[in-house]
Design a protein around this ligand. Structure first.
Ligand code: ATP
Ligand code: MG
Length: 584
C-alpha cells in the first residue's frame, strides 16, 4: 500500500534525523554507523489469543511504518509459543486487521516453527554449563526468588552435572514427567537486582497439543527464551516492544550472548557461527480514556455477552472500529499524531474521534434520516401529490453532485425538533413558529393533534411554496433548519447509537473488592427501532458510510437486510470533548 503517513523520505545514512522520534533516531543512527549493514527489519508479533485492539494498531503503525520509511521489511509473526489459549479464529482476524489498516506483511510467520531451533540451542546452553534442569515446582521457585532487597536462594539442582541435565531434558521432551514436575532454567545470577535474571525458566512441561505442532512437543519455551530467537532467526534488526519489557532486555541479550558464547564470526570452532543479535527497543503502550485495552478482559466481555461479540461497535478492537464505521486513514493519522514516547500516559478518546471526523467529513455523502419520528401534516399541500427537491450530496466535495429527495403532505421530523411549550432559546418548531426544512420549504406550525394520554401525536403545519429550496423571496428569516423525510417514501430502519462502553475515564479504576465490570456503562447502546430514512438509502449494503444531517456519521451494519437497513452511529458531528476542554 502507499501509506498516507509515509511522507518521510527514506532515511539514508546522510539524511537528517531532525523531527524523528527516539526510535527512528536510533534506527537512523544504526544506519549511519552501519551496525546492521543499513538493513532495517521489524516485526509485529501478536499472540493469537484474542482480536487486535487499538493499542496493537499503535504497534502496527510503528513497525510497518518504520519498514516503509526506511525501505525495510516488517514481518507479521504469530507469537504462538503458548499452546493453551490460541485459536484459528484469532489468527485469521489478526491478518485481516493488519491488512485493513493498510499494511502488507513482508512475510507471515509462526514462532512455533522455530521450536526445533530453540530446543537445539537449549541443549547447547546445557552443554556450556549455562542451563540446568530444576525439580522445584513453581511455588518453590517463587519462594526462593528473593525480594527487592534480598537476593534469591540457589536451587539445590543448580549444580547438576551436564550429562544428567542433558538426560533429564531429553526425557522431559519425551514426555516422561507430568506437567510442572521439572523446568529447564538458565544459570545466571540469583543475586541479580533484576529479577528476570534470577535463573529464569526457559522451558516448562505442558502436555497439551499445539495448533501448529500438534502433539510433537510437551515442553514449551517461555516467552523470554523464545522471543529473541524468533527475532534472530528472522534477521530482525529492531525488535520493538512495550515498556514492560524494558527489564527483560538484559535477559533478551543474555540468551543470545549465551548461544553466541564460543561461536565465531566465520563459524570455525566447535559451536559454529554466531547468530544475529537484534536490538530490543521499548516504547509506551497506548492507553485511551473510557477504553479497556486488555485482551483477557475483552474476551470476558464477549464470553459473558456484555457485548455483541469481538466486533461489537463499542469494542476497542480493530474489527469493532471497522464495524462501527471507522476508516483506516483515521486510525493511522491518530497513531501518527500521538507519536512515540518512553512514558506511559493516557490519550483522550476525543482526539481519535476528531481524526475520524476529519476523514469522514471529506469522504461521506450526506443524507437525511429521522431517528425518533414525529408526524407532520402539511395541511395546505395537496393530498396524494409529491415533488422531487434537489439536495447537495457533500458540501465538502462539489464533485459528489446532488440527488433528489421527495417532499409530500406527510413528513417525519425528530421528536426533539418540536416542543408544544418551547423552553427559552428553543428555536425549532413550536406553535406559531416558522422554520426551514432543509432543501425544501419554510413551514409554520398551526396546531397539534394529541392522543388520549395527551401526548402530541401529530403536528399540523402550513408551508410557503415561495420558499422552495429553502430561501424566502422577501428576505424573511427563520432561526432553525431541520432535517425531515417524506413519510410515504421513507425506508424503515434500525439505528444504533453508542456511548462509551465504560462510565469512567479509567475503566480500571474500581473500588477494592468489586468486579472490574462495575464500570460498564448500562446505556452504552441505544437502539432506535423506528427510524425513517430518505428513499435513496434503500438497499444499502454493510459498510456503507453516510453523514445523516445534524445527527452524525453512520455506517450500515452487517445486520442489514434487503428489507431493513441497520445503521451504527460511528461518531456524532460535534466535538463534545473540545467543548468540555474550553469550559475547563
Ligand atoms: P494484551 O495485554 O491486550 O493482551 P499483549 O501485549 O499481551 O496485549 P500481544 O499480542 O502480545 O498482546 O501484542 C502484540 C504487540 O502489540 C506487542 O509487541 C505489544 O507490545 C503490542 N501492544 C499490545 N498492546 C499495546 C498497547 N496498548 N499499546 C501499544 N502496543 C501494544
Ligand atoms: Mg502478550
Amino acid at each position: 500500500m502507499s501509506n498516507a503517513e509515509s511522507e518521510h523520505k527514506p532515511a539514508t545514512p546522510e539524511a537528517d534525523s531532525v523531527g524523528m522520534d527516539f526510535i527512528r533516531r536510533m534506527i537512523h543512527e544504526d544506519n549511519r554507523t552501519g551496525r546492521f549493514g543499513q538493513r532495517v527489519a521489524t516485526r509485529f508479533p501478536p499472540e493469537p489469543n484474542g482480536y487486535l485492539h487499538i493499542g496493537h494498531a499503535k504497534s502496527i503503525c510503528l513497525n510497518f511504518g518504520i519498514a516503509e520509511e526506511f525501505g525495510g521489511t516488517c514481518n507479521l509473526r504469530y507469537d504462538d509459543t503458548n499452546p493453551s489459549k490460541e485459536e484459528e479464529e484469532y489468527v485469521t482476524s489478526i491478518e485481516e486487521d493488519v491488512r485493513w489498516l493498510g499494511f502488507t506483511p513482508s512475510k507471515v510467520l509462526w514462532g512455533s516453527d522455530y521450536f526445533d531451533n530453540m530446543y537445539a540451542w537449549a541443549v547447547e546452553l546445557i552443554k556450556k554449563g549455562l542451563a540446568y534442569v530444576c525439580d522445584l515446582n513453581s511455588d518453590q521457585v517463587r519462594e526462593q526468588r528473593g525480594n527487592l532487597t534480598q537476593g534469591g536462594q540457589e536451587s539445590p539442582y543448580r549444580k547438576r552435572p551436564v550429562e544428567e541435565n542433558l538426560d533429564l531434558f531429553e526425557r522431559m521432551r519425551k514426555g516422561e514427567f507430568p506437567d510442572g514436575a521439572k523446568t529447564l532454567r538458565a544459570k545466571i545470577d540469583m543475586a541479580s537486582p533484576n529479577f528476570n535474571l534470577r535463573d529464569p525458566v526457559m522451558y516448562r512441561i505442558l502436555h497439551e497439543p499445539h495448533h501448529n505442532t500438534g502433539n510433537k512437543w510437551c515442553i514449551y519455551p517461555m516467552y523470554d527464551w523464545a522471543h529473541g530467537f524468533e527475532d534472530s532467526l528472522e534477521g530482525i534488526t529492531h525488535s520493538i516492544c512495550t515498556l514492560e519489557f524494558e527489564n527483560h532486555r538484559p535477559l533478551y541479550d543474555w540468551f543470545i550472548d549465551a548461544v553466541n558464547q564460543g561461536r565465531t564470526d566465520d563459524g570455525s570452532g566447535p559451536w559454529g557461527k554466531k547468530i544475529h543479535h537484534p536490538q530490543q527497543i521499548e516504547f509506551a503502550r497506548l492507553n485511551l480514556t473510557y477504553t479497556m485495552l486488555s485482551k483477557r478482559r475483552l474476551l470476558q466481555l464477549v464470553q459473558e455477552k456484555s457485548v455483541r461479540g469481538w466486533d461489537d461497535p463499542r469494542m476497542p478492537t480493530i474489527c469493532g472500529y471497522r464495524r462501527r464505521g471507522y476508516v483506516p486513514e483515521a486510525i493511522r493519522a491518530f497513531c501518527k499524531h500521538i507519536g512515540m514516547n518512553k512514558f506511559n500516559s493516557t490519550v483522550e478518546i476525543g482526539v481519535m474521534e476528531n481524526f475520524l471526523r476529519d476523514s469522514l467529513n471529506k469522504a461521506t455523502p450526506r443524507r437525511m434520516a429521522v431517528l425518533n419520528p414525529l408526524r407532520v401534516i402539511i395541511t395546505n399541500y395537496p393530498e396524494g401529490q409529491s415533488e422531487q427537491l434537489e439536495a447537495i450530496n457533500n458540501p465538502e466535495d462539489p464533485s459528489a453532485g446532488t440527488r433528489l429527495v421527495p417532499f409530500s403532505r406527510i413528513l417525519y421530523i425528530e421528536q426533539d425538533d418540536f416542543r408544544e411549550v418551547p423552553p427559552p432559546k428553543y428555536y425549532r418548531l413550536s406553535p406559531g413558529v416558522e422554520v426551514r426544512l432543509r432543501y425544501a420549504f419554510f413551514i409554520k406550525c398551526t396546531g397539534v393533534v394529541k392522543d388520549e394520554k395527551g401526548n402530541v401525536k401529530e403536528v399540523h403545519c402550513t408551508y410557503d411554496p415561495a420558499t422552495k429550496g429553502g430561501d424566502s423571496a422577501d428576505g424573511r428569516k427563520v432561526k432553525a433548519t431541520m432535517h425531515w423525510v417524506s413519510a410515504p417514501h421513507a425506508v424503515e430502519a434500525e439505528v444504533r447509537l453508542y456511548e462509551h462502553l465504560f462510565t469512567k475515564p479509567d475503566p480500571s479504576d474500581f473500588p477494592p473488592g468489586q468486579d472490574w465490570k462495575v464500570n460498564l456503562n448500562p446505556n452504552s447502546e441505544l437502539v432506535m427501532k423506528d427510524a425513517r430514512l430518505e428513499p435513496s438509502l434503500a438497499g444499502v449494503t454493510p459498510g456503507q458510510k453516510y453523514q445523516f444531517e445534524r445527527l452524525g456519521y453512520f455506517c450500515a451494519d452487517k445486520d442489514t437486510t434487503a428489507q431493513r437497513p441497520v445503521f451504527n452511529r460511528t461518531v456524532s458531528l460535534k466535538d463534545s470533548w473540545a467543548k468540555e476542554q474550553k469550559k475547563k
